[in-house]
Design a protein around this ligand. Structure first.
Ligand SMILES: N[C@@H](CCC(=O)N[C@@H](CS)C(=O)NCC(=O)O)C(=O)O
Length: 210
């Protein structure tokens, strides 16, 4: 059964594509045009009642929320492709810890930067400099903690690539490209090396080609 991933070409669905590629799971993509409001159409809301992307349909199983989806596939195909959850229960705990850090601390200020710097200008909303400054400060203090952590281990959960690292890739790519704040990564030696490592994975190259 081929997994259908709704929501290309947007960023959160890329988290799911990355996971499927790392696990060697076959998929097809279904574009959803957010600018045309397709994510708020009655048919789409039947799949994802909150009206955001991605959603996956896998046979008669439907799942939304990108981090729930990647956890599901990493567990379901545990013994196929890249092991993304660690080898021991302690490693798994750390993977979950850093996945939560990504979702709760790293992503919110970064997402606001993306909205304010990348999307608002496209829809004619003026830039809110104070929000941008506050979000950058919040993200910088999170990255300082990452710098300390990554001075002790190659990846966030330990010396192995995991779902926690993977979950950072799509939006960090926006930070260093369209948001124009690559210096936030490059000013921190260990974060910079980690970013080079995770963003050069063949799976990410494939996602960028989709
Ligand atoms: N928590 C959701 C959020 C996904 C998300 O932020 N999707 C964005 C595109 S990258 C979206 O659908 N934005 C339109 C909207 O929320 O109205 C997830 O991780 O799946």
């Amino acid at each position: 059964m081929v997994v259908k991933v709704y929501g290309t070409p947007f960023t959160a669905p890329k988290r799911v594509l990355l996971c499927l590629i790392e696990k060697g799971i076959e998929f097809e993509t279904v574009p959803v045009d957010l600018f045309k409001g397709e994510h708020k159409s009655p048919e789409y809301l039947k799949l994802q009642p909150f009206g955001s992307v991605p959603v996956v349909i896998d046979g008669d199983y439907t799942l939304y929320e990108s981090r729930a989806i990647i956890r599901y596939y990493a567990e379901k195909y545990r013994h196929q492709g890249t092991e993304l959850l660690g080898q021991t229960i302690e490693e798994r705990g750390l993977v979950e810890q850093w996945l939560e850090v990504e979702g709760q601390s790293y992503h919110p200020p970064l997402y606001q930067l993306v909205i304010h710097i990348v999307f608002n200008p496209l829809i004619g909303v003026p830039q809110d400099e104070k929000t941008i400054k506050d979000c950058e400060a919040k993200l910088a203090s999170v990255l300082d903690i990452y710098e300390e952590r990554l001075s002790k281990s190659k990846y966030l959960a330990g010396d192995f690539f995991s779902l926690a690292d993977l979950s950072h890739i799509p939006f960090t790519e926006l930070l260093v490209t369209k948001v124009g704040k690559e210096y936030m990564i490059r000013d921190r030696k260990h974060v910079s090396a980690w970013w080079d490592e995770i963003s050069s994975r063949p799976s990410w190259k494939k996602v960028t080609e989709i």
